[in-house]
Ligand binder design. Structure first.
Ligand code: FPP
Length: 228
């Protein structure tokens, strides 16, 4: 492990909670619950390894179209999960950044999540970005609209980057998707322009540190040329 070159920024599409639950004849929410535990384990592993940035896709713009029961359960789980994890994040000097249209969240969930983000804002260890009500296209449209408000008639890539939810965060080096699906699903469209992708065959609740190391080992075998 020690000779592995670590990606500076790992981004993860945590997919397969529903199928994991279905396989066990459990409700989908049971998969999300175990998925939350996996999220905490993988964040801990990244902190221990010295990863500088970890981004996870927790709730997409499209996830609002799921049943209101599932959406409600996810909101509750995510806000409670982060609140419970907060003391550990404080101890480990983790900074939290919420990416997405968080205004769509019910005030009680929004305030809980924004409160944790605020309290961790002075930390300077690993930056944990959680994508909530996030879509890559929506993020770009949001950035373009901000530039229109600034009165711009011509824009540069730097202008767009200033208005991304992830402004200030370096682009991901390695994007991992679990569950054996080979799609980007509207995740970090701009930021992943030169990312390496890794697709794990396990559902998110079964992902663990060994799987993470496999992904980093695969990343180590790639030669990144950035089009050169
Ligand atoms: C995708 O699986 C997973 C989600 C939509 C939810 C992910 C959320 C968590 C793991 C909780 C994380 C919590 C925090 C605080 C970051 P799916 O439901 O699409 O699975 P399927 O494709 O098998 O149906």
């Amino acid at each position: 492990m020690s000779e592995l070159k670590l990606p500076r920024h790992i981004a993860i599409i945590m997919d397969g909670n529903g199928r994991w639950a279905k396989q066990r004849l459990l409700p989908r929410t049971a998969g999300h619950k175990v998925g939350l535990d996996t999220f905490v384990d993988i964040s801990d592993a990244c902190i221990e390894m010295g990863i500088e940035y970890l981004t996870v896709y927790a709730f997409s713009s499209e996830n609002w179209n799921r049943s209101s029961d599932e959406v409600g359960a996810l909101m509750e789980l995510m806000s409670k999960g982060i609140t419970k994890y907060e003391p550990e994040l404080v101890k480990r000097n983790v900074k939290l950044k919420l990416l997405g249209d968080i205004d769509r969240f019910e005030p009680k969930y929004r305030n809980a999540l924004l409160g944790v983000q605020e309290r961790l804002s002075k930390n300077d260890g690993m930056t944990l970005c959680i994508c909530l009500s996030y879509g890559g296209r929506q993020e770009l449209v949001h950035a373009f609209n901000e530039l229109i408000k600034e009165g711009k008639t011509e824009i540069t890539a730097e202008d767009v980057e200033r208005h991304l939810y992830s402004a200030g965060v370096p682009d991901p080096d390695l994007v991992i998707r679990t569950s054996g699906e080979y799609r980007i699903s509207n995740f970090l469209l701009w930021q992943s322009a030169y990312a390496e992708y890794y697709f794990a065959d396990v559902y998110w609740p079964d992902f663990n540190k060994d799987e993470l190391i496999k992904a980093i080992e695969s990343y180590n075998k790639r030669e990144r040329r950035y089009g050169r």
